[in-house]
Design a protein around this ligand. Structure first.
Ligand SMILES: Nc1ncnc2c1ncn2[C@@H]1O[C@H](COP(=O)(O)OP(=O)(O)OP(=O)(O)O)[C@@H](O)[C@H]1O
Ligand SMILES: [Mg+2]
Length: 314
């Protein structure tokens, strides 16, 4: 793996704000990610400061004399372009994707439309509403079906539906998390995640759970979830999937770092599921796991992500 293009001394980053917490449903995960990032920056000698985001955050950033921002927020209000836009107005460089890539990746439906228009493979889907013809949705997509909120993460509000008559209830449940809900063809196969760091793809991780899918419980609670890395694919397959994932990421205008979730079906056909522009950064999260497999420790990974704010500044 290529190493970081440029090294900076800890002083070169100036005063760094680590934004965490916030208002989204993933607040608690973000507090964990942010704390882990903050500690890593401290260990690296960076002048880092932890900020739990509330409605005063912009005033706090302005008054604090910060030089740059490490965004460790997940979900709406942090990962969706709003914070990125506000920081751009404050002329504060930040880590990761800009306004467009962040906003587009947060919207699973528009992400998929973009991928379809680029000829990238993603499962067929239908946007749902109270007026949906549930039987027709079932006929069109085929059962089972995945129902999920368009703008949520951590599998919150997502469910697998086996019968068309259960679609309405699944839609109702997902609606508790988001005004927009979608139904997607269920793909039977093996699930992988591709971590992106700069222009590189880190080793793929295969996720395996005895549960129906990689839901909230499998992500954060169960100890039966298996993370397989190296993932068992051939080097050639990994390369192909890596290139496609990077393409899928950049096609959204996303940059810097992130993750693409995908499923390889029984015919070895690849399906793109979604893009994350600020994935989890706890010690047991997926991007740190992939970095470790590539020989990069957590603290060095955090520094590489911080470096994406330096590139933005140039
Ligand atoms: N079309 C599908 N077919 C089969 N399984 C699916 C499908 N879509 C999603 N899943 C399962 O549901 C999980 C959550 O879906 P998805 O990644 O779209 O949601 P998320 O809540 O945004 O996740 P993240 O925490 O990665 O942001 C996936 O990891 C996968 O296990
Ligand atoms: Mg996902």
């Amino acid at each position: 793996m290529k190493q970081a293009q440029k090294k900076y001394t800890p002083d070169a980053y100036g005063k760094v704000a680590v934004l965490m917490g916030g208002f989204s449903a993933e607040r608690n995960i973000s507090l964990e990610s942010g704390q882990a990032v903050y500690m890593a920056l401290q260990r690296k000698g960076v002048d880092a400061h932890a900020i739990d985001v509330d409605e005063n955050v912009l005033a706090v950033l302005k008054a604090g004399g910060y030089d740059r921002v490490f965004i460790a927020l997940h979900g709406r209000g942090g990962e969706d372009g709003t914070m990125q836009g506000a920081l751009a107005l404050l002329k504060l460089p930040y880590t990761g994707s800009g306004v467009l890539g962040s906003a587009l990746a947060m919207d699973k439906s528009r992400t998929k439309k973009m991928w379809q228009s680029c000829g990238l493979p993603t499962p067929p889907f239908i946007e749902l509403s109270s007026n949906s013809d549930w039987k027709q949705v079932g006929d069109e997509l085929g059962l089972p079906i995945m129902v999920k909120p368009v703008h949520e993460g951590s599998s919150l509000g997502a469910s697998k539906v086996a019968r068309a008559e259960d679609l309405e209830q699944a839609w109702r449940m997902a609606s508790r998390f988001d005004r927009q809900v979608m139904a997607e063809r269920w793909i039977v196969g093996r699930e992988y995640t591709a971590s992106i760091l700069g222009e590189r793809i880190l080793p793929l991780i295969r996720l395996e759970t005895p549960r129906e899918f990689y839901d909230y419980q499998a992500k954060y609670v169960d100890d039966t979830t298996r993370y397989i890395c190296p993932c068992g694919l051939t080097e050639k397959q990994e390369e192909l999937i890596g290139a496609l994932s990077l393409n899928a990421f950049t096609s959204l205008g996303a940059s810097g770092w992130g993750r693409i979730d995908l499923i390889l079906d029984r015919q070895e056909q690849l399906w793109l599921i979604e893009a994350n522009t600020i994935p989890g950064m706890t010690s047991h999260s997926l991007v740190p796991m992939a970095a470790k497999q590539a020989g990069m420790g957590f603290d060095d990974l955090v520094m590489e992500i911080l470096n994406t704010s330096m590139q933005q500044e140039q």
